[in-house]
Every structure is written in structure tokens, then in C-alpha cells.
Design a protein around this ligand. Structure first.
Ligand SMILES: Nc1ncnc2c1ncn2[C@@H]1O[C@H](COP(=O)(O)OP(=O)(O)OP(=O)(O)O)[C@@H](O)[C@H]1O
Ligand SMILES: [Mg+2]
Length: 300
């Protein structure tokens, strides 16, 4: 019998065996548990929306994390043109300006276009890109079909980048581009990426695209592939046309205006604001999270 056939039949007949590497007592697991703290994002209005509850003078109090939870994998989702890429770029630029190394996996737009956009983002934020440009390591999955279509090769590339440049932050714009034409595999791919981020202690942002305008502000991310159930938290971006006097009154806007909206749809790693907020994209392309829309239940 050829070796490969022997291996195959052995695999089929193998008696179930426990995997002891998957078993931890509470204290053993705690030894590996990272302390939760906030990572400032450079996005105005966002950082105070995450909090933890701490005992202060024998009472439990909400304390702002002042950022997204460290080591979390956050899904940033919305339909086209809602500001996902702008936000992801703003986060990348801000972390790099603070001296952190950020891996930016670009799946839709080639690296030379992304870097031009990152430079514009820096200028809008009043930062000098030249001072920290090499803190950003671009992985161009838009140009390399091999890494775009082969998750193990992509992760091997990312592992190399993380080790070589001591990367702590990973941004993927977008994960949806990694399962084009193979939506059946969406969950498996995102699960694999998620596990990888955890293994390498990355704080990560996965951008994902929503297909339709239906249920704008729910976490039916990536067109309903339930990516939201795998990641630690989801931030949803939406835009709405003011096309009725009712909406004009509700949002205090004029008919014909566009309102942009933002909501955190769950975060396992910390407490979070649950209200829907206005979102603004300035002329220079900066995303700001504004006041909650207040008293309005937008589809939930
Ligand atoms: N200076 C600017 N630079 C870039 N975008 C700007 C600027 N000012 C305003 N915008 C707005 O921001 C939007 C771009 O948002 P962004 O590229 O982040 O969308 P997205 O959610 O990533 O969309 P997609 O899913 O298609 O990638 C534009 O549609 C534009 O209306
Ligand atoms: Mg985009």
C-alpha cells in the first residue's frame, strides 16, 4: 500500500484522543490573560464609547477605556462609501504616529494608492507622514493573487511581517475581498484570521462590506455571513438620505441631505455605548463620531 493511502486509512480509523494542549485550569489560563486597556484610535468621539466597570470607593463605576480594547479584533462594517476605509486609515496613521508598528493588509486597492491615501489622512490630522511612514508595513494582497486567494500564504506573510517589524496592530481592508466568489467559506476564513490575531496578540481591525442597505445598522455584516459572531466586536457605519419630512424632523436636517450614522454593535471585551451616533466626514476626509441621535430607535 502506498504511504499516503496508509496514512489516510489510519486517519479514518484513529481512536479519538484528548488534546491536552487545549485544557487549562483557571489559574493556568489567567497566566496568559492579557490585561485589558484602551488603545486610542485617533478618531474623534470614538475612544470614550468603550468602558470598563471598576470598583471605585467600594462602588462599581464606569471608567472610559479611552480607546478600543487592546487585543480585540473589531469588525468595521457598512455599505459602500460609508467611511470604513477612511476610519481604518486614520487608525493606522494615528498608531504609527505614536510609534507603534502597524501591518496594513490591503485587499482592494494596491499599496501605492493606499500609501498616498494614508499620507493625505496624516496631513488632515496635522501629522507629518515622513516622521513615521516606516512604522506602517503594507501587505499588498490587491496586487498579489497568491496571497489574496490563499489564506495560509497570506498568514505566513503576516507572521513574517509581525516578527520582522514587531507589529502590534493589524488592519485588513477588507476581509470581504478575501472570500470573493467563495462566500461559503467566509466564516471559516474569518475564523482563521481571528485565531491568528489572537495567537500573535494583535489588536486588529477587519473591514467588511455590507451588500445592501437593508437593516443598515445591524451587524448583518458582510452581507449576512455572520462575521460578527466570530470577532470581538462590530462597529457599523451607515448613511441615510433624508427623503421625507418625517426623517427631516427626526434628524433635524433638510430634505435631500445625507446623514451618516455610527453604532457599536456589541463588544465582548469591554462595555460600550449602545446608542446610534451621527458620524461626520470632514472635507479633508476625517471621520468624527458625533452626538447620539437621541430618543430614536433606528430599527432596533
Ligand atoms: N477628502 C476626502 N477623501 C476621501 N473621501 C472623502 C473625503 N471627503 C469626503 N469623503 C467621503 O468619504 C467617502 C469615502 O469613504 P470610504 O472610502 O472610507 O468608504 P468605504 O466605506 O471604505 O467604501 P467601500 O466599501 O466602497 O470601500 C467618500 O464617498 C466621500 O464621500
Ligand atoms: Mg473602502
Amino acid at each position: 500500500m502506498a504511504d499516503e493511502h496508509r496514512e489516510e486509512s489510519q486517519e479514518e480509523q484513529r481512536k479519538p484522543e484528548p488534546d491536552l494542549t487545549a485544557v487549562f485550569t483557571g489559574s493556568q489560563a489567567l497566566e496568559k490573560a492579557p490585561e485589558i486597556y484602551g488603545v486610542p484610535t485617533g478618531i474623534e468621539g470614538l475612544d470614550d464609547l468603550f468602558f470598563i466597570v471598576k470598583p471605585v470607593k467600594k462602588k462599581l463605576e464606569k471608567v472610559s477605556l479611552k480607546g478600543i480594547p487592546a487585543y480585540s479584533v473589531m469588525n468595521l462594517t457598512g455599505v459602500s462609501d460609508t467611511g470604513k476605509s477612511l476610519m481604518a486609515e486614520q487608525f493606522t496613521v494615528f498608531r504609527a504616529s505614536q510609534g507603534d508598528k502597524v501591518a496594513f493588509i490591503t485587499v482592494e486597492s494596491p499599496a501605492n494608492f493606499v500609501v498616498a491615501s494614508l499620507k493625505l489622512r496624516a496631513a488632515a490630522m496635522g501629522l507629518n507622514f515622513d516622521d513615521f511612514q516606516d512604522n506602517i508595513i503594507l501587505i499588498d494582497a490587491a496586487s498579489s493573487t497568491r496571497i489574496r486567494e490563499n489564506v495560509p500564504d497570506l498568514l505566513a506573510t503576516l507572521a513574517y511581517v509581525i516578527k520582522t517589524y514587531k507589529v502590534k496592530f493589524t488592519v485588513i481592508d477588507s476581509v470581504t475581498g478575501l472570500f470573493e466568489n467563495k462566500e461559503m467559506l467566509a466564516r471559516a476564513i474569518v475564523r482563521r484570521l481571528f485565531n491568528f490575531m489572537k495567537k500573535w496578540y494583535q489588536t486588529a481591525i477587519f473591514v467588511s462590506q455590507k451588500r445592501s442597505g437593508h437593516e443598515e445598522l445591524t451587524a448583518e455584516a458582510a452581507g449576512g455571513y455572520a462575521v460578527g459572531h466570530i470577532v470581538d466586536g462590530t462597529m457599523v457605519l451607515a448613511k441615510e438620505l433624508i427623503d421625507s419630512p418625517y426623517k427631516a424632523k427626526m434628524y433635524k436636517k433638510e430634505i435631500g441631505d445625507i446623514v451618516r450614522l455610527f453604532r457599536i454593535d456589541g463588544c465582548r471585551m469591554s462595555g460600550h455605548d449602545t446608542r446610534t451616533h451621527f458620524l461626520e466626514i470632514t472635507e479633508t476626509g476625517l471621520v468624527k463620531i458625533k452626538e447620539p441621535i437621541g430618543g430614536i430607535k433606528n430599527g432596533y
